[in-house]
Ligand binder design. Structure first.
Ligand code: SF4
Length: 279
């Protein structure tokens, strides 16, 4: 089995006016995180080169906020151009919230490979975790990602208080969307957030990975946010459970594991690290 590594570049951070209850970037929660508008393009390129050198096959350009707008679109297109020119074999992903079909087509023309937009949870549980926009808007964007010819990256977050039935419904929706990569996030508590749940128990989290793998055997199944706090010293078990992709380095607002330790762990399990996206 090959393991895919993906690095995240938090292009703009915090100051989001949406009220997602699990997200430290919402202005409503006043969480103690780094906030800034756009990173310099030169810095983004350096981060991309370093990620590739360290073995990442994917590089995700993430912006905070609900949607793409003209300024963001132009910036992400420029960043994509610059990275693509220097690293032709990179899976460049954008994660910029809801987007129109036209905007997604523009990103595709700029050289983008994939677009990440998460459903987060089931349609009926979503109003419990966000009131400022709808689940349907998210679903519609995901459909447009497919129509625009981009690879869809679509997953969500577990441990927000959703029921088993709601987890099943959430995964059924991901199936409908034919996502190529499915990131599984596990809630990482933060005292500033309105959700007061403890991290999911490791056994339950492993069970979730196994179950999703059974439901979606052909996707790249990525364990993303919450990996460290949920699995602690049992991180090696996520691969046995069925995950074949992880986030390398830091997440958006939380620190990740040491990159070399992650790579050492993968090799010690006799697994190979994918060299290119279509490996
Ligand atoms: S998940 Fe996205 S839309 Fe929701 S608060 Fe965070 S940055 Fe804003």
């Amino acid at each position: 089995m090959k393991i895919f590594l993906c690095a995240i570049c938090n292009v703009s951070s915090g100051n989001c006016h949406e009220d997602c209850q699990f997200c430290a970037q919402s202005i409503k929660h006043n969480a103690n995180i780094k906030k800034y508008s756009y990173k310099m393009l030169s810095q983004i390129l350096e981060e991309a080169k370093l990620a590739r050198k360290r073995g990442a096959t994917g590089f995700c350009l993430v912006t905070s906020g609900k949607s793409l707008n003209d300024t963001k679109l132009q910036f992400i297109c420029e960043a994509t151009h610059i990275i693509r020119a220097k690293i032709p074999d990179f899976n460049i992903i954008a994660c910029n919230g809801t987007a129109t079909f036209e905007q997604l087509k523009t990103l595709k023309k700029a050289g983008l490979t994939s677009y990440n937009h998460n459903l987060e949870t089931s349609k009926d549980y979503f109003p419990n975790i966000c009131k400022s926009h709808t689940w349907q808007e998210r679903f519609d964007t995901c459909e447009d990602v497919n129509r625009a010819g981009l690879n869809l990256v679509c997953g969500g977050i577990f441990g927000l208080g959703e029921s088993e039935k709601q987890r099943v419904s959430f995964i059924e929706s991901i199936k409908q969307l034919n996502a190529k990569t499915v990131p599984l996030n596990f809630f990482h508590p933060n005292s500033a957030l309105p959700i007061k749940k403890k991290p999911i128990h490791v056994e339950e989290a492993l069970k979730i990975i196994k179950w999703v793998k059974k439901e979606l055997p052909n996707v790249k199944l990525m364990v993303a946010g919450g990996r460290e706090i949920t699995f602690k010293d049992r991180q090696n078990e996520i691969f046995k459970a069925g995950a074949n992709a992880i986030v390398l380095g830091d997440y958006l607002t939380t620190s990740g594991k040491d990159i070399d330790k992650d790579k050492k762990m993968i090799k010690s399990l006799g697994l190979n690290i994918a060299k290119v996206y279509n490996d």
